[in-house]
Design a protein around this ligand. Structure first.
Ligand SMILES: Nc1ncnc2c1ncn2[C@@H]1O[C@H](COP(=O)(O)OP(=O)(O)O)[C@@H](O)[C@H]1O
Ligand SMILES: [Mg+2]
Length: 264
């Protein structure tokens, strides 16, 4: 178990993080003294059983919520005690989110979905950025499509473009492939791997070992603490898997063709 020590170079440094929910007279310790460091350029899978605290951790890392106690430094700045206004500022400036359910606005085009979050910023080039981000995820020819005119995999790619458009320091994804079939999941992981190769730092929750195997580091959480933290060996590269899947499909088609009666 390789526990990285906190240092000035950590992009994210969480120390003794507790998150306690009170339900009537019941206390739920969703996070129970958790420690983790994430450095620039990492690609981390957060794994663990349902209820282990993964989403709670992502909400705290994403500045959507603050811990009950503990220290959380983002780029060396303490955020654990920030108010909602300052948290929102950090979120808008530094973090891109991708969720399992895509969270796109219906009746709104792909381009508008990507552009909208940037309305809160002062950027004048938001249309160009949105187009560029959609091209980046292979949807340059789908700018005017609404979510119900796109496949699940394409909708998730719009969500990734939305997360990317503001050029965040950190991309957070909670079960981004949870609603997708294996080919589409692989395409999404291919985009994340390319983004990471280009320098994006990514933290992703998944309960699928195959998906975790695409990341560079796996952190296992149980009962609100880190129980295992290790580098990924035999990493899966999505572009290789996609080639393999295409070959398998081709073989399958040939096999079926061979079973057809010969053309007269
Ligand atoms: N808003 C909340 N209020 C009360 N309990 C919560 C809340 N959010 C999560 N919990 C509880 O905290 C624990 C961790 O939840 P969560 O972080 O969603 O786990 P995971 O994402 O790993 O499935 C669970 O026992 C869950 O029921
Ligand atoms: Mg969850």
């Amino acid at each position: 178990m390789a526990v990285q020590s906190g240092n000035a170079a950590s992009m994210l440094c969480l120390r003794d993080i507790y998150k306690v929910y009170t339900m009537g007279d019941q206390e739920v310790r969703a996070l129970d003294g958790l420690n983790i460091d994430v450095h620039e350029g990492e690609f981390v899978a957060i794994m663990g059983p349902s209820g282990s605290g993964k989403s709670t951790l992502m909400h705290i890392i994403g500045c959507l919520d603050v811990p009950t106690s503990g220290s959380y430094k983002f780029d060396g700045i303490e955020v654990a005690e920030m108010d909602d206004y300052d948290l929102a500022r950090i979120r808008n400036q530094k973090i891109g989110f991708v969720f399992q359910g895509f969270n796109l606005l219906a009746r709104t085009t792909a381009l508008e979905n990507v552009e909208l979050p940037m309305l809160y910023g002062k950027r004048k080039d938001r249309r160009d950025r949105a187009i560029y981000a959609l091209e980046r995820v292979g949807l340059g020819d789908r700018l005017d499509h609404r979510p119900n005119e796109l496949s699940g995999g394409q909708q998730q790619r719009v969500a990734i473009a939305r997360a990317l458009a503001s050029e965040p320091r950190l991309i957070l994804a909670d079960e981004p492939t949870g609603n997708l079939a294996s080919l589409q999941s692989e395409e999404i992981m291919n985009i994340f791997q390319e983004l990471n190769e280009e320098g994006s730092t990514i933290v992703m929750v998944t309960h699928e070992p195959d998906i975790g195997q695409h990341c560079k580091r796996m952190v296992h959480i149980k009962d609100g603490i880190v129980v295992d933290d290790e580098a990924v060996h035999d990493r899966l590269m999505a572009r290789d898997v996609l080639v393999r899947m295409a070959l398998e499909r081709e073989e399958e088609l040939k096999r079926r063709a061979a079973q057809l009666p010969a053309a007269v």
